[in-house]
Design a protein around this ligand. Sequence first.
Ligand SMILES: [Zn+2]
Length: 409
Amino acid sequence: MKIAKYTIGMGDRFGQQATAQLRAVIEAEGRGIAIAPTWNKSHREHTLIGSAPDDVRIAANSAVAALGWKGPFYLDADHVNEKSVDGFVDSCNFFTLDVAEFIGTPAPEPEIDAFVEWAQGIAMPELPFLDYGVASLRGAARKFLLAAQEAGKIYRRIAFKKGSSAFVTEVSMDETTHPQTPSELVLILAMLRRESVPVQTIAPKFCGEFHKGVDYIGDVAAFETEFDQHVSVVEHAKRMLGLPLTLKLSVHSGSDKFSIYPAINRVIRKHGAGLHVKTAGTTWLEELLGLAESGGEALDLAKDIYEQAYNRREELSAPYATVIGINPEALPDPATVHGWDADAFSRALRHDPRCAEFRGDFRQLLHIAFRIAAEMKPRFSAAVSRNESRIAKNVTSNLLDRHIVPIFS
Ligand SMILES: [Zn+2]
């Protein structure tokens, strides 16, 4: 299965917004942006929310049928490993093999030697910024070979159960502490080639911080230079190494990286490169925003969720340690929030960097507070249904105007 050139990964915590999300893709098509929708949900998210991979498939199929979508679409088993992948095999056609936990643990020494010897044949004179000295080859092999072998194991497990032509393979290394350099990316791709993993999207960790639901933290110019080099590497390496020609970078954006979207857009246009951008489950924040805007009982519900999240902030943060950065001192206390009206709550939550009342820490805590909403699911889902039209409009325009258009137009 080949992946489309441009794909957008969308999270939908509670499975009520697939149609509103697909509408954003269809409106983008009307503006000349051809992009294929991908619904992603990780094992971690399913576990925290109590949903199953089949639920995502059912929601996607029904959105596709409702809006008559004829293009390709994907269901991404996001951040799966050998232990968690089986439950996704039937319903998904896109698998993100997360091998980050194996980075830094060396493979057996003879296998490192064999890789180093083989990799000495790699040369890309067009890319002078790459370093393939034997020391670098060995360093990269010690760091990443075991992770690549693990990707091979998970890939073969899926291919055995599903057939190798029935899915797209992504390899992710983003949830780790150190970014990978462009030189390391070439060698990681070479290791995946040696493992016969037909990788079509690869998600490195980029420089800077990609916290969930808030803007990029870091040097935007440095990001653009690095991103440009990563794209050059992918474009050259796929031809040289005999990887699928559909291979492209995957940016696990965590949503809302507004300050780097123009750089991403410039670089993919410059190279004519494909791209996958995964957004996080910030659709759930659009649901919460719609509830807050609606006032009354719906606003009270949003405040209740915040209060519980505030009291359980450590427990909620634990599974997201590498991808959030909440300063507890900057969180408003629940009594203050209970005094806010609809506008005050919405202004604090809505990610408008020009608004002085926007509070990034408040937003990040609510982003991971979906678990609280899951615990009060009947009340939450009923409130979302009652305010469906307002919420759906938010979901569509957030995805279209704030993500798809700036990145892919
Ligand atoms: Zn990720």
